[in-house]
Design a protein around this ligand. Structure first.
Ligand code: PLP
Length: 438
């Protein structure tokens, strides 16, 4: 069967070192057990890889790199120093704070830079809980489809003597609002509900949820990591008290994020040390990355409308054409309002791990569930909470589009995925978990 790669037209061909799975043969197909380490590497000509994993991370935009560069060189000062180097760094940091805050309708003093989305989520939930527990507000309300950064922070609340209340979601992936209302009382410290789910893209009714939590005297946090620049995120329009964003999802480097903190929100710092960031986050600030986040956030906001339309068209094309070719494929969260950049699809009877590997060998990068679950064999906690069967959850693939997605990439996906699915199904009984590519 030649190289085993299906020949494309639209992309350039690039040499790539890949493991030779069956030494002596030249079909380069994955082994049954999928174990490809320790095998000799051989060079194949393969189509230029295409990236469908923007929800995991994005490349840093050139404008961001350019804006950050001076802060690794001549403008290296510490913003806490009083001399000219320090003052220069302080000005850059203050400006960056103002610019990021402006992108979400906030005041500069309401924005705290963090190292990542995970830190923002932890600071929000634990920072509030530790401040208000003395007043008898000891419960954290959340959903089972949150990112692990939120779920683990809520578990920490329990470990520290608090209480967790997990509100279910409907089969669409949208929160059960009646159950949410029932969970709210005078013991709730903080409610944390993500704006856009990172695995299925489902959007939650954040305005109503925030209003309800606040009416009950609780603080409302939303993880906006996948929402920022994909849905309208504005602190003047939506009454969230806390909102997390992460730079590497929008063209800034990994290692920078921000937490919006509405004025008056009770929040104890997680770290102890200096008085940086009004004491909310001690430690010398990462000036270069803060500048990078400001540029990335502004670019993302400026491009938002056009980019969302472009990505929505791609998502609709992918789902429509895949369903035409694989009629029993399942689009998770299809009944809900979803962000344009994520689609999560199960092809019943197949194994997402094997399909992921087969796609990768053919130059298509995507993920099985969330990136944090790669390598794990357990079914996605998000799909399980949505009532998806274990078999179908284990067949799910997430494709997330963004700056690197174009028509040719989509055409390539639509050419390769149905072919792999057909091949895998042809090789196994329909009810069994098929291994693609073998
Ligand atoms: N929250 C959501 C919804 C995410 O998608 C992610 C990352 O995938 C995070 C939080 C964690 O962000 P970070 O990787 O910046 O820690």
């Amino acid at each position: 069967m030649g190289t085993g790669f299906v020949g494309p037209s639209h992309y350039g061909w690039v040499p790539q070192l890949v493991p030779q799975l069956y030494p002596g043969r030249h079909d380069n197909l994955p082994s049954e057990d999928g174990c490809i380490s320790r095998l000799p590497l051989v060079t194949y000509w393969m189509p230029e890889p295409v990236y469908f994993d923007h929800a995991a991370t994005t490349p840093v935009k050139p404008e961001v790199v350019e804006a950050m560069a001076p802060y690794f060189g001549p403008r290296f000062g510490n913003p806490s120093s009083v001399h000219r180097w320090g003052r220069e760094a302080r000005v850059a940091l203050d400006e960056a704070r103002e610019r990021v805050a402006a992108c979400m309708g906030a005041n500069a003093d309401e924005l705290c830079f963090t190292s990542c989305g995970t830190e923002g989520d932890n600071l929000a939930i634990l920072g509030v809980f530790r401040t208000v527990r003395a007043r008898g507000r000891v419960a954290a309300v959340t959903t089972p489809i949150e990112h692990k950064a939120v779920l683990a922070a809520v578990h920490e609340v329990v470990r520290e003597g608090g209480e967790e209340r997990i509100v279910p979601v409907l089969n669409t992936g949208v929160i059960d609002e009646a159950a949410y209302h029932r969970s709210m009382d005078e013991r709730v410290a903080v409610a944390s509900v993500m704006w856009v789910n990172n695995e299925v893209g489902v959007i939650q009714p954040i305005k109503q949820l925030a209003e309800h939590a606040k009416a009950a005297g609780a603080v409302f946090h939303t993880d906006g990591v996948q929402a920022f620049a994909k849905v309208e995120v504005n602190a003047r329009e939506t009454p969230f008290d806390l909102l997390t964003i992460s730079g590497h999802k929008l063209g800034a480097p990994k290692g920078i994020g921000a937490l919006y903190i509405r004025r008056g929100t009770p929040l104890e710092p997680m770290m102890h040390g200096g008085s940086q960031d009004r004491g909310r986050r001690p430690g010398t600030e990462n000036v270069a990355f803060a500048v990078g986040l400001a540029v990335a956030a502004e670019l993302a906001m400026a491009e938002r409308e056009a980019e969302c339309t472009r990505l929505l068209n791609f998502r609709e094309q992918i789902e429509r054409e895949l369903l035409a070719r694989i009629p029993d494929a399942i689009i998770h969260g299809a009944g809900a309002s979803r962000a344009p950049h994520i689609t999560n699809i199960s092809i019943p009877g197949l194994s997402s791990e094997s399909l992921l590997m087969a796609l990768d060998l053919r130059g298509i990068a995507c993920s099985a569930g969330s990136a944090c679950q790669s390598g794990s064999v357990s079914a996605s906690h998000v799909l399980s909470a949505m009532g998806v069967s274990v078999d179908n959850a284990n067949a799910a693939l997430r494709f997330s589009t963004g700056i690197l997605t174009d028509e040719a990439a989509v055409a390539r996906l639509l050419e390769i995925l149905p072919m792999l699915a057909k091949k895998a199904r042809g090789q196994s009984a329909p009810s069994s978990m098929a291994h693609v590519g073998a």
